[in-house]
Ligand binder design. Structure first.
Ligand code: SME
Length: 170
């Protein structure tokens, strides 16, 4: 397994997304443990972009529950109809919020968080969880982040599916 990821020192996030996505795929493809994989994805995103907070909330019964993350401590449980994460969960689509204070129902885990992007992760049963990235700057996320993070979530979804299917075959 690779011990580190290589990426350009550039402010152009789309270049960095392009560089790290195949490395993330190589990092997680052969590991069947979802939590281990999500932990490494959070670590790579933190290292590559220095995001204020990056991590996962996973569907457990009727709530989203905190999963692997990098950054300050965070709320542990989010109802499906609450916050930006709940909105991404219930609409099954990516949400970008340029100013979290203007988002009705935003859950302020940290007063330093100013903008946010949340990408849903799908499995064969629907939304499996969400990837949540918070910035301490207003309006910090663009379509480049949407595309880059959705591609990374696509990799995660494929790896989850491939191991679920091989578990079924074994
Ligand atoms: N702000 C999120 C809650 C999660 S924390 O940001 C880590 C929300 O409103 O969904």
């Amino acid at each position: 397994m690779a011990e580190s990821v290589a990426f350009s020192k550039t402010a152009d996030r789309s270049i960095i997304y392009r560089e790290i996505t195949p490395q993330i795929e190589a990092l997680i493809a052969d590991e069947s443990d979802v939590i281990a994989n999500l932990a490494n994805v959070a670590a790579v995103l933190k290292e590559a972009f220095g995001f204020f907070w990056v991590g996962f909330y996973l569907k457990k019964n009727d709530q989203l529950v905190l999963g692997p993350f990098q950054g300050p401590l965070a709320c542990t449980r989010i109802d499906f109809d609450k916050g930006v994460c709940g909105h991404a969960y219930s609409t099954a689509s990516t949400v970008i919020v340029s100013n979290v204070d203007e988002f009705p129902g935003h859950i302020a885990c940290s007063s330093a968080a100013k903008s946010e992007i949340v990408v849903p992760i799908m499995d064969d049963d629907g939304v499996f969880g969400v990837l949540d990235v918070d910035s301490d700057r207003l309006d910090d996320f663009s379509d480049a982040d949407r595309t880059g993070l959705e591609n990374i979530v696509g990799v995660i979804e494929r790896v989850i599916r491939s191991h679920t299917n091989s578990d079924k075959i074994e």
